[in-house]
Every structure is written in C-alpha cells, then in structure tokens.
Design a protein around this ligand. Structure first.
Ligand code: PEP
Ligand code: MG
Length: 377
C-alpha cells in the first residue's frame, strides 16, 4: 500500500466526515500490524471502526448505533448520508492502480506552477472552494490561483455561539495571509435551509430552502451581518479579500448591502482601523437574479454562479431529496442558457463572471463554459 497517506484521501470521504472535522492520517495509529483510530469520532464507537489494509485494499467498516439521516457539507456539495447500522467501504490503495489513472495524475501534477491559460490564450482563473482555514494547505498544494468560495458558515456551524468579530477576523486574516496576495472570496453567512445552527433559534419552516436563510437573515439581523462584515473588512488589510453575498434576488438588496458596507468602512476609517480594497460580488443562484443580471451587474464587481442552488430553484427540485436525484440535472439546457445569459449580462457591465457551484469543476462542460466566456471556474 501507500502507507498512511491513503487515510488522508479516504477520510476526506463524506462517510467519515463530521461537520468538516476531517480525519487525517495523524488520527490513525498502527497497532500490531493493524490500524486503529486514535481519536473519538462523534456518532461512532471507536471499537466499532475496523480498518483493514490488505494487498492494497483498504476496507473501513463502521457501526453506528443510531439509524438516522444526515446532511453534510463536503467540499463543494452537500452530501446526504443515511446510516443504517453497519456500513463498509473499500478503497484501492495498492500498486496496481490503472496505468491511465497514474498518467492523468502525473499530467495534472505537471500543470502545477503553470499559468491558467487555454491553448488559444484565454486566461481563466482556476479557484478552489474551501470550508475553513484548514483547507488552505490543500489549496496551495494544488496550486489554485485563488479561493473562489470560502463558505464562512462553517465558522458558525463549528461554534456553540455566535463567533465574535475577533474570532472571525483571525480566521479570514489567516486565510488571506496564507494565500499571499491571491484572491480569497469569502461568502457571507449562508445559514438556514440545509445548514441549521441551534443558537440561531430559527423557527421550524415547512419549506426551508425557500425560507429564512442567507442574506435574508443578514438583512434582518443586522448585528450578525455587521460583525461579519467588520471582520472581513479588517482582514482585507492583510491580503486580497473579496466579499460575496448569497441568495440575492433583487437590486434593492444589493444597494442595501452596499450601504451597510460603506457605513462600516466609515466607522473603521473614523477609528483609524485599516482595511484594503475589496471586490464585492453576488452569488447568482436564483432564477430572479439571472433574469435581472443586467441590472445587478451595474452594482457589483463580479458574479459567481451557484449552480447547486440555481439548479434546485430552476428545475423545482429539492437538492436534499434523494428520491429526486435522477431528476436533478445541472446539465439541463435551462441551466446552460442561464449561465450564458449571466456571462453576457455581466460582461456588458464589466463585471467578471465565475462559477462556484459544483458545475464549475465538471470537466464535461469546461469547454462550453470557456466558449461562453467564463472568467473563473
Ligand atoms: C451553490 O448553491 O451552488 C453554492 C455554491 O452554494 P452552496 O452549495 O453552499 O449552497
Ligand atoms: Mg447555494
């Protein structure tokens, strides 16, 4: 096998992920020729996790006591997992990996350090999505040109109470500094719907995906929003931070947000606290935002298309409902036309356009996106 390195890959799988606390190889110990887990994993009994690495095949078997359903954020998608007592997964870790897989990996490695440019000379920003400070190492190791989506809600999901300005400032500053001048686009709080945080005390909703979430909460509970924006602006003095707002449906929302940002900048200036130049953008993840993207483009520096939610709202398919998986088709012509429309409308107003939803990494569509004129993937 490849030694303990395999655990980093395996434990990045959603199956073993708990609220972004990914297990790493340092959590695994060799004992009498076997591997054992050295830490507590919520929801599992340590003794019930069996790790076996034989002839290059790693099999992990875990038993959970409760039978429940969970949604996890993982990388740039939400993973739905149902636990039914005992689960088992096998991973191939051995020497007999397919020749073409090794070649493809090596080819990707060769591209590190090179410019993100197409053969006919178009520059594309290849950015990564992250969920927290600890993901930055992998962004740098894989030579991403920047971070296109920092899902800031994990700072809230991991805490027992509202993270204060200082805690947030430290997190954003650390990411900005480590990225050393490369762009870091932080999305403001996108809580609600699939991402529930107890201390927010949100009412139960019949239809949370269309409910009290994201920018709606922020524009309603201004104290929370202002705290985050102050932390972000302060951190912008330490790197190249961009701020983006989720779930936008109107020009008024954007104007209101910009007013709030301006008032915080004035506050900081008055107190002699530094902040940098920040690009401001919005997520295009509602059909409303697509349809008025010509107007929205006049207000912001960039658009980032959130194809995960855009697909859900356009096709009227709950992205959380596994029974609809066969119908959830982000390649739907309606989605592709919307993306084209957003790019065209953005460019007319000098607003750059990227994709931060999962579709951005769908190589089956990369060529098409480039032909459409996408600026960032
Ligand atoms: C999206 O909706 O495409 C997106 C990137 O945001 P999230 O998946 O966090 O809702
Ligand atoms: Mg979204």
């Amino acid at each position: 096998g490849n030694g303990l390195d395999i655990f980093d890959e395996v434990f990045n799988e959603p199956f073993f992920t708990k609220k972004e606390n990914k297990l790493m190889k340092t959590d695994v110990r060799e004992k009498d020729g076997n591997y054992v887990l050295d830490i507590d994993l919520p929801g599992y009994n340590k003794e019930d996790i069996k790790i076996d690495l034989t002839d290059g095949y790693l099999t992990v078997t875990a038993k959970r006591e409760e039978h429940k359903e969970e949604n996890e954020h993982h990388g740039n998608y939400i993973h739905k997992e149902r636990f039914f007592g005992e689960c088992s997964r096998s991973y191939y870790a051995g020497e007999n990996v397919k020749e073409e897989d090794i070649k493809a990996r090596e080819l990707l490695q060769e591209l590190k350090g090179k410019e993100d440019v197409t053969v006919d000379g178009k520059h594309i920003k290849l950015y990564a999505n992250i969920g927290g400070v600890k993901d930055v190492a992998s962004v740098l190791a894989n030579d991403a040109a920047g971070i296109g989506l920092f899902r800031s809600e994990f700072l809230y999901l991991e805490a027992d109470n509202y993270p204060d300005e200082e805690a947030q400032f430290q997190a954003y500053k650390t990411v900005a500094e480590n990225m050393a001048g490369k762009k870091v686009i932080v999305r403001t709080l996108d809580i609600g719907a699939d991402k529930q945080v107890d201390y927010f005390n949100l009412d139960h909703e019949e239809n949370p995906a269309m409910g009290y979430r994201a920018i709606r909460i922020c524009l309603d509970r201004r104290d929370i929003f202002r705290t985050q924006l102050r932390a972000l602006l302060r951190a912008s003095a330490y790197g190249n931070i961009g701020i983006m707002y989720p779930m936008i449906i109107s020009v008024d929302e954007v104007k209101e947000i910009k007013k709030i940002v301006e008032s915080i900048k004035a506050e900081l200036t008055e107190k002699g606290i530094e902040y940098g130049e920040v690009e401001q953008g919005i997520m295009i993840e509602t059909p409303a935002a697509v349809m008025i993207s010509d107007l929205l483009a006049k207000e912001v520096d960039f658009f980032s298309i959130g194809t995960n939610d855009l697909t859900q709202y356009t096709l009227a398919i709950d992205r959380q409902n596994e029974a609809l998986d066969a119908f959830y088709n982000p390649h739907h012509e309606a989605i592709l036309r919307m993306i084209r429309m957003v790019i065209d409308n953005g460019h007319k107003e000098n607003c750059w356009v990227g994709i931060c939803g999962e579709l951005g990494s769908d190589t089956a569509l990369t060529k098409q996106f480039i032909e459409m004129g996408i600026d960032e993937l």
